[in-house]
Design a protein around this ligand. Sequence first.
Ligand code: B12
Ligand code: SF4
Ligand code: SF4
Length: 226
Amino acid sequence: MTSAEIKKRAEDLGANLCGIASIDRFKDSPAGFHPHDVFKKTKSVISIACRIPEGPVEAENLIPYFVSEEIVTTKLNSIVFDLSMVIEDSGYAAVIVPSFPYDYWDEDQMEGKGIVSLKHIAYYAGLGYIGRNSLLCNKKYGNLIKLGAILTDAEPEPDEIYTDDMCESCGNLCEISCPVNAIADKHVSQKKCRPYSEVKNKRGADIYTCNICRKVCPNRNGIGKI
Ligand code: B12
Ligand code: SF4
Ligand code: SF4
C-alpha cells in the first residue's frame, strides 16, 4: 500500500492526522519497548491522531473533559482497528498499538509504560514535536489530540520528522504551573502526577482532576493560535 492510500483510508475513517515512520527511526527505543518487541515483522509504523474538542479543556468542571477523552479513545481504537483490517485486506500484516492496557508497572514509582510509546511513534511519523510537558504537539491541533498506531510489514513512503521545537520562549509555563511539580526535563513523575490527576470520586467513578500542563500551553490549540 502507498502512503497516500493509507492516509486517504485513515481520513475516510475519521482520523484527523496520519503519518508514517520507517522502522530504522526506532533504533534508540528502550529495551522491551521497541516496535519489534510487539511485532517482529514491523517495517513501518503508522501513527494516527484524533483531535479532542477545545470546550471541555476550558471548562471549570473536568468531567466533560474526562468523558471527551474517553469518547475520542474509543473512536481512535475503532479507526485504528478498521485501518488495520484494510491493510490486511491489501496483503500486508497489521498490528494495532493500543493506549491501554499495558504490562509494565513499577509499584513503588507508580510508573506504567505503554507497550510502545505512542508519543514517540507520533514524533517519528512526523506528527509533531514532544514538548516540555511531555505531550505531542501538532502544528494544526496543538496538544489537543489523542494518539493510536499500527505496526505493519508494508513499506509506504515515510514522512519527514517535524524538527521545530516551539518550547523556546513561553517561560516553562507547564513546569511552573504543575500543582505537584511533577514535570522536569520533558519527564513526568508518575508518582507525583497520578494521585493528583487520576482519582476515584466519592461515587467510585474514575475521573481526571487535572489537565493543567495541557491547558496552560500557548500552543495547545495549534502552534501560534493563542
Ligand atoms: C502512562 C501514561 C501516563 C502517565 C505518564 C505520562 C508520561 N508523560 O509518560 C500519567 C498517568 C502521568 C499520564 C498523564 C497524562 N496523560 Co497519559 N499516557 C500514558 C500512556 C498509557 C503510556 C505513556 C508511557 O509509556 N510513558 C512512559 C515513557 C514514555 O516515559 P519514560 O519511561 O519516561 O520514557 C523515557 C525513555 O524511556 C524514552 N522513551 C520511551 N519510549 C521511547 C521510544 C523511543 C523510540 C525513544 C527514542 C525513546 C523512548 O523517553 C523517555 C525519556 O524522556 C500513554 C499511551 C501510550 N501507550 O503511549 C498515555 C498518553 C501519553 N497520555 C496522554 C494524555 C492525554 C495524558 C494527560 C493529558 C491526561 C490528563 N490528565 O488530562 C496527562 C498528561 C500528563 C503529562 N504531562 O504527561 C496521551 C498524550 C497525547 C499527546 N498529545 O501527547 C497519550 C499518548 C494517550 C493517547 N492515546 O493519546 N499518562
Ligand atoms: S496532569 Fe496535572 S499533575 Fe499531572 S503533570 Fe500535568 S499539571 Fe502536573
Ligand atoms: S507550556 Fe511552554 S514549555 Fe510547556 S510544552 Fe507548552 S510551549 Fe513548551
